[in-house]
Ligand binder design. Structure first.
Ligand code: CO
Length: 459
């Protein structure tokens, strides 16, 4: 019987997609032991936006959250999402910071680190992959999925071979926008499986409504693990439902290892929580529906709504069509970066600027300038030389690994973090989110004397 394993995303991606990661630890603590009994391959529970949100909004030390989860989840692997050299932030951090962050993640309880880079520039992953393996973690390297003339099956397979030779433990196809079709997925999984023996995970979102079909084709083509969310936190911008896929795949002759009665217990816990977030308005009906515009425009749903709000803010909603036409042109000029954070924002802002200023690339953000300088890594395809000339003038872009130019950062971070940082974990929080961590440390110090209930005070 064919085995297909599941990663449950309710504690990370589902919450990030549906309720902006506002799930405090105390809301899911009572269900952790049950999650551990369900038979998942792993629980995705940390990294991504959870780290920032813990410190910024939930008054939680993310490291303490991780240790608390680990205490209650003894058998199932704990998984996190890491943006390679960007860690959980938005810029490139020095190598010693990246190594320490990875080491501390594993020391505090993480088993699987899913590592990716927005540009699929593997130089941005090599330090975190190496360190994960050194610390005996599972280094899962994810490719950011997109379609473009340079993102061919041949190029993806070549990328996978390089990833394999980096020493990755497992592979993942990461479709953060939910635009991968069943056919594209089938072809890609087949091609990867024909060229690599490593276990392959597939990650997608229900945004466009393709996900259930995409996963069925992924399994048919030989994928080993799929990412799903317990039903009350599934659908829309989240993952498709765990129970539904387990049901369908079991009938199709797969062995999922999941226990149906335990899944029901888990969903019974999360359903009233979901209802609470709908009531409070934190969960918007818009994120729950199916949004097919992304398929027509080849622009992820989240980016489309960003474009609309940018144009609204500048009172220029009538230029929406022009911006929709400009966006793929900007993407082409920049060498077809996948439209994921931070590239989706950079391309979107540039397309709006190009349309509204009446002259392409007259106004260029400092992020796009840095991208063209090579500070984010190598573009997937050739960059338009005219754009390069217009933006950078005579300056030559760097071709070596940007983080290699940074020197060490941990000790300087330790000094800057000051006396309220009590551990290396605190120092890492500070390096990645300085102002937010500083406010959190001060709040935490205050708690010791004021003894306020943990989540009452809003920063
Ligand atoms: Co995702």
């Amino acid at each position: 019987m064919k085995k297909i394993a599941f990663t449950e995303t309710v504690l990370r991606d589902a919450g990030q997609s549906l309720i902006a990661t506002r799930l405090p630890y105390e809301k899911f603590e009572p269900i952790l032991e049950t999650l551990d009994r369900a038979g998942y391959y792993s629980l995705e529970c940390w990294g991504g936006a959870t780290f920032d949100t813990c410190l910024r909004y939930l008054h939680e030390d993310p490291w303490e959250r991780l240790r608390n989860i680990r205490k209650r989840v003894k058998n199932t692997k704990l998984q996190m999402l890491l943006r390679g050299q960007n860690l959980l932030g938005y810029k490139h951090y020095p190598d010693d910071v990246v190594r320490t962050f990875v080491a501390k993640s594993i020391e505090n309880g993480i088993d699987v680190i899913r590592i990716f880079d927005a540009l699929n520039d593997l130089r941005n992953l090599e330090v975190s992959v190496k360190e994960t393996i050194k610390r005996k973690g599972i280094a899962q390297v994810a490719i950011s999925y997109t379609t473009s003339p340079v993102h061919t099956l041949e190029n993806y397979v070549a990328l996978i071979k390089q990833i394999e030779s980096m020493g990755a433990s497992t592979l993942c196809i990461k479709d953060m926008a939910g635009v991968m079709s069943p056919k594209e997925c089938y072809d890609l999984v087949k091609a990867i499986k024909a060229n690599s023996k490593l276990p392959l995970h597939v990650h997608t979102h229900s945004t466009t409504g393709l996900a259930f079909m995409t996963y069925l084709k992924a399994v048919e083509a030989g994928a080993d693990v799929i990412d799903t969310a317990i039903s009350s936190f599934s659908g829309g911008t989240s993952q498709p439902a765990t129970e539904t896929l387990a049901y369908a795949l079991t009938q199709l002759g797969c062995e999922t290892g999941l226990k149906t009665d335990v899944l029901k217990e888990i969903n019974d816990h999360f359903r009233p929580i979901r209802d609470e977030y709908i009531q409070s308005g934190l969960m918007d009906a818009l994120v729950m529906g199916t949004e097919t515009d992304a398929l027509n425009y080849q622009i992820p749903g989240g980016m489309l709504s960003n474009l609309v709000s940018q144009l609204k803010a500048q009172n220029a909603l009538d230029r929406f069509q022009a911006v929709l036409e400009e966006t793929p042109k900007v993407r082409e000029d920049l060498g077809y970066p996948p439209l994921v954070t931070p590239m989706s924002q950079m391309v979107g802002v540039q397309a709006v600027a190009n349309v509204l200023s009446g002259e392409r690339y007259r106004n260029v953000s400092k992020e796009v300038r840095a991208y063209l300088r090579g500070e984010y890594g190598a573009a997937p395809g050739p960059v338009n030389p005219e754009v390069l000339k217009k933006v950078l003038g005579d300056e030559t872009p760097i071709t070596k690994r940007f983080a290699g130019t940074l020197g060490d950062g941990l000790e300087a971070g330790r000094k800057d973090a000051g006396a309220l940082a009590h551990s290396t974990e605190d120092v890492l929080s500070y390096i990645v989110f300085p102002q937010v961590a500083e406010r959190f440390f001060a709040w935490r110090e205050d708690q010791k004397t004021r003894r306020l209930p943990y989540t009452i005070v809003k920063i």
